[in-house]
Design a protein around this ligand. Structure first.
Ligand SMILES: Cc1cc2nc3c(=O)[nH]c(=O)nc-3n(C[C@H](O)[C@H](O)[C@H](O)COP(=O)(O)OP(=O)(O)OC[C@H]3O[C@@H](n4cnc5c(N)ncnc54)[C@H](O)[C@@H]3O)c2cc1C
Length: 403
């Protein structure tokens, strides 16, 4: 256990994505100076949508951006699960008053750029946060009282601690855990955002809709005050190499979906400027802390997107990190260790369940799919809310859930 020096150095955050900026904000609100080092030449997010469970709203409020985040969200009425072979609804989850009363917050969808901007503006307005771009963190050393961070330009920055919020391919993780590259899932995701007037009339639902078919699924929902629709479609085609954001022709996209109902397949025709990702995740790790260095968000617990919880978990991490560091004044290493131990089981559960949802809900065929339909149709709304209580009922601090 090492004590802090007076006149402390800033906490360095590697990565200015949603997780890194949320962490910077939480730490700064607790009176700590923060330096965010972002690899890209400017801060930003890809132009696609993101779903936010009620747990995200608990985090927004803790981080002081609740009002701004609520202002740019679209409040959908349902999560809807369709059978992509028959175009019949399997089940839906009502997100109205009963849901909000149960979990204390709504479910919403937002444009990633809008959400990122909420955090970026709040960081820019905060006197304790410094933001720097074109600054890739490549390595660190530590001596028990501070951390020396090596930036790609061969400069060094000194901090009282380092938070590795540097995403799926985290350099900081290479040193903290050193478990090699992420696992390639073999699942390929294609994304497009289209103006609402281009969306088919019979698909303009106020819902996040998922069409589940053999080895594939399709998702759509409205965004940005209903100006656009987000389209995300995925097929399990055993793609061998990781890919992120490569433009792809519609003729290639459609290949994995020839077997689904025409109403679902139409979504692919509606899309334009499709981009492709080959999804990766990792086995859960037990420890993401090395002395004064800790991982956060995708750097710590990357998962498939099938629970729509990656950004939500990164924001919960930020809340818990800020809280635990504040609870251990003068002993930041203890604060980081407490943060990790509060978060690890909850994020492990999301990592493992995300894989299982792909296998048992989104992509099964034949009798496996019939079983899914029967089991999911049988549940009442209250039973669904009970199933989701562990996830949506928490604040990210770990007091109501694991740890
Ligand atoms: C198709 C898809 C759909 C998804 N849908 C949802 C959803 O509906 N809901 C949800 O909650 N989540 C969703 N997610 C997950 C979510 O997008 C991620 O979990 C979340 O964005 C992770 O945030 P992060 O800040 O940890 O990492 P990132 O967003 O990856 O940010 C990392 C940042 O660090 C920078 N960086 C990288 N390396 C370095 C370095 N060495 N030094 C400095 N900077 C560095 C990067 O440029 C980037 O700005 C989805 C993911 C995918 C792929």
């Amino acid at each position: 256990m090492a004590s802090e020096r007076a006149g402390a150095l800033p906490i360095i955050v590697a990565g200015g994505g949603i997780g890194g900026l949320a962490a910077a904000l939480g730490l700064a609100h607790n009176g700590l100076d923060v330096l965010v080092l972002e690899k890209a030449p400017e801060f930003g997010e890809i132009g696609a949508g993101i779903q936010l469970g009620p747990n995200a709203f608990h985090a927004f409020d803790y981080l002081g951006v609740g009002e701004a985040a609520r202002a740019m969200a679209v409040y959908i009425e349902q999560l809807r699960l369709m059978d992509a072979l028959t175009a019949q609804e399997i089940t839906h989850l009502d997100l109205g008053d009963g849901f909000r009363a149960r979990f204390g917050n709504p479910y919403a969808v937002v444009h990633r750029g809008d959400l990122h901007r909420v955090f970026l503006n709040a960081c820019r307005d905060h006197g304790r946060i410094a933001l720097r771009v074109s600054s890739e963190v490549v390595a660190y050393d530590q001596d028990g009282t501070s951390v020396s961070v090596v930036v790609a330009s061969f400069e060094r920055e000194s901090g009282s601690a380092l938070i590795g919020a540097d995403g799926l391919w985290s350099n900081v993780r290479k040193q903290v855990i050193g478990d090699g590259p992420p696992r390639v899932s073999g699942h390929t995701t294609y994304r497009s955002v289209i103006p609402t007037e281009r969306m088919a009339d019979d698909l303009r639902w106020n819902a996040a809709t998922l069409w589940a078919g053999p080895k594939c699924h399709l998702v759509h929902y409205p965004l940005s005050g209903w100006k656009v629709f987000n389209l995300v479609i995925t097929c399990h085609n055993d793609a061998p190499e990781p890919v992120a954001g490569r433009p792809v022709a519609k003729e290639e996209v459609i290949k994995g979906f020839a077997h689904v109902h025409e109403q679902a397949r139409k979504i692919i025709d509606l899309g334009t400027d499709w981009k492709l990702w080959v999804l990766c995740d990792r086995e859960p790790a037990e420890n993401w802390v090395d002395g004064r260095v800790a991982l956060l968000g995708d750097a710590a617990h990357p998962r498939l997107q099938y629970m729509a919880q990656g950004a939500c978990m990164a924001m919960e991490d930020a809340v818990c990190l800020a809280y635990m560091v504040a609870m251990h004044p003068g002993h930041i290493d203890d604060g980081l260790a407490a943060y990790c131990s509060r978060r690890v089981l909850r994020t492990t559960r999301v990592q493992l369940l995300s894989r299982q949802m792909g296998e048992h809900v989104y992509h099964p065929a034949g009798a496996h799919a019939q079983l899914r339909n029967a089991v999911m149709r049988a549940k009442t709304q209250e039973e669904w809310y009970d199933v989701l209580q562990w996830l949506y009922g928490g604040t990210g601090l770990g007091e109501k859930n694991f740890g």
